[in-house]
Design a protein around this ligand. Structure first.
Ligand code: R5P
Length: 300
């Protein structure tokens, strides 16, 4: 096999799991930070002529993690690798996909441009926050594929005792793409609510009509502060929903979000390891492994 895998510091476990499943050689990177904060990396292995998948998940400190990624890519190119495939289980800056106010940047585009100019030849990511850009190929100029973990998450929900008749609830317009996938697998009713963002930590969610369903599953791409899930959970509890679970691909769970959700009565959060977190019951490693081995088939 001509494929090797290199792990960035924020996707180490997932990269190792994917290498184990795919049989691709895992190439180690040693790294340290200089006293003044600059980063140093060294790729330890032979990549000459190889296609190299560099894993990096851009959660929590995307700017530092991007710099680490760019240094690794430059090292690989300097060693004569034939192609760099950027594997970004969680891609940052995707939510600022519009200049919402005068003077703002189009961060989604800026970040994609930086990834490309670092030397990336191809991109894979999972459940990218695509809203105003409808397709990943509107964002990246290099070949790019947006995989989805929703079928894996829906199957896990069912296996864990979730009801195939649960009401599937998307919190906002952009969640329709994820909620409808889960709804199709469960063959259940799917509704999409309206969300108004009042600030970084405050959202307002539209009311939910009464229903015969006694359980519901909220579906979103990511949970960060957990406020979106909390508000939807409140609305569902308010109409007497007995059991409410949530499915989200990316769990950033900042500022005590998980504890707040459990306290508010969320039955379970079903999530993946795109961002390392203790609640990940589903690994996207098999999905990434298949996509890397069968690249032609997955390319969008
Ligand atoms: C935004 O539209 C996303 O799809 C999520 O709904 C949002 O980022 C979740 O953030 P939080 O958990 O902070 O409400």
């Amino acid at each position: 096999m001509n494929l090797a895998i290199v792990c960035g510091s924020a996707a180490e476990s997932l990269a190792r799991r994917t290498a184990g499943i795919s049989g691709a050689e895992l190439i180690e990177v040693s790294r340290r930070t200089f006293p003044d904060g600059e980063q140093y990396v060294r790729v330890c292995g032979n990549v000459e002529g190889k296609e190299v998948a560099v894993f990096q998940s851009f959660a929590f400190s995307p700017d530092r993690l991007f710099m680490e990624y760019a240094l690794i890519v430059d090292a690989l190119k300097g060693m004569g690798c034939s192609r760099v495939i950027g594997v970004f289980p969680y891609l940052a800056y995707a939510r600022q996909d519009e200049r919402f106010a005068k003077g703002e940047p189009l961060s989604t585009r800026v970040f994609a441009d930086l990834i490309e100019s670092a030397g990336t030849d191809e991109v894979f990511t999972v459940d990218m926050h695509l809203h105003r850009f409808h397709e990943i190929n509107e964002v990246f100029r290099v070949p790019a594929t947006n995989l989805t973990a929703m079928p894996l998450l829906a199957e896990h929900y069912l296996k864990a005792g979730g009801s195939a008749r649960a009401l599937v609830v998307g919190p906002d317009a952009e969640s329709r793409q994820w909620a409808s996938k889960v709804g199709a697998i469960l063959s259940s009713e799917c509704i999409v609510l309206e969300k108004e963002r009042l600030g970084d930590r405050e959202v307002r969610i539209s009311d939910v009509k009464r229903t015969d369903c006694s359980s519901a599953v909220i579906v979103d791409d990511m949970v960060s502060t957990g406020k979106t899930l909390l508000e939807v959970l409140g609305k569902l509890k308010g109409i007497g929903m007995k059991k409410v679970d949530a499915i989200a691909t990316h769990s950033l769970l900042v500022e005590g979000a998980y504890a707040r959700l459990k306290e508010a009565g969320l039955a379970s959060l079903i999530t993946t390891d795109t961002v390392e977190n203790p609640h990940a019951g589903v690994s996207v490693a098999p999905l990434l492994s298949r996509a890397l081995l069968e690249r032609g088939k997955f390319r969008g």
